[in-house]
Ligand binder design. Sequence first.
Ligand code: NAP
Length: 334
Amino acid sequence: MRVLVIGGARFVGKQLAHRLVLRGDRVTLLNRGSQDDGLGAAVERVVADRGTDAFDHALAGRTFDAVVDFAAFHAADAERASRVLSGRVGHYLFVGTGQVYLVRQGCPTPSREEDYDGPLMAPPEDARDHAEWAYGVGKRGAEDVLAEAFERTGFPATRMRIPVLHGPGDPHRRIERLVARALDGGPLLVPRPDALVRHVHGPSLARWMVERLGDTRWIGEAVNVAPESACTVRDMVSLIADGCGSRAARLEVEPELLASVGWRAEDVCPFGGRWSSVLDPSRAVRSLGFAHPTVDAWLPGVLDAVLAHHDPVPPADVVRHRASELALARRLGA
Ligand SMILES: NC(=O)c1ccc[n+]([C@@H]2O[C@H](COP(=O)([O-])OP(=O)(O)OC[C@H]3O[C@@H](n4cnc5c(N)ncnc54)[C@H](OP(=O)(O)O)[C@@H]3O)[C@@H](O)[C@H]2O)c1
């Protein structure tokens, strides 16, 4: 296949491009060229900002069997892509997010594709929550343009909705954040311990996307892509801490307690926060043969990668916050 990957130089996009190259596809990466994709001479590179006319010029007259778009965040991004690629792409796969449900007022959990429609919540006042809200609303804007383009002109878009991703090279360094806390001796603060975690393993996602590229069964559809099995925040923290050999104590805390000192769950743990969607993947499982490994099957490989290659200095916000976390844990009797 001739495949255009919009993005493709960072995380799952890079893993997907690598798989395409290995199976013999002709791969073009389009991004702004800010990082090394590590794929050498195996791919064609187009340097352009997808939000500018440089995108139109770079792709003028080109055709692709498939396009995978990892860098569409707003309606305008989808409008440009569907206009420029109209009639010249066999399958356009939009990488979206489960956050489209979290910004929906009163959306049920686990969320199904049909739960998408409905009124949106008002913009939150907290700047960090506002950024998360804007991300979900922006992705909805992109989705709505693509759904409309399919209805109106048959633009062959699939809208994937994905919850939080983990894996080697995760730019958000979520698992690494917990590993750093687990290995400094702890204790670990565990917010909303009974909340469900149904996150995706990036390399497994890349594998499945490559297998389903060009599959006409999901053209025009919105599809949740998430594991069928879930665990709790408590289990996830234990799996990670035990998996890296930590004996750190775990201290369960309710978000209200954290809020009383001005913190959110995300400030102390990469799990248990408000912006972590839980999706029902029944449609993908039933109609597209989606299968995802259980967390105990994929986590050891990710922990190995984190411990073998991670930056020895934890993310700056963890370093900054850790002393206050430990002081709170001591006040709580740890
Ligand atoms: N990480 C998660 O937990 C998660 C969960 C659900 C969905 N997602 C979605 O996954 C996607 C990102 O995944 P990834 O990091 O694995 O993708 P990736 O394709 O490996 O990396 C993102 C790429 O997008 C490029 N890019 C960003 N802005 C661009 C622009 N204006 N014009 C052209 N290229 C641009 C970046 O390169 P340059 O900066 O050099 O341009 C980079 O190559 C996003 O759509 C995100 O919403 C992520």
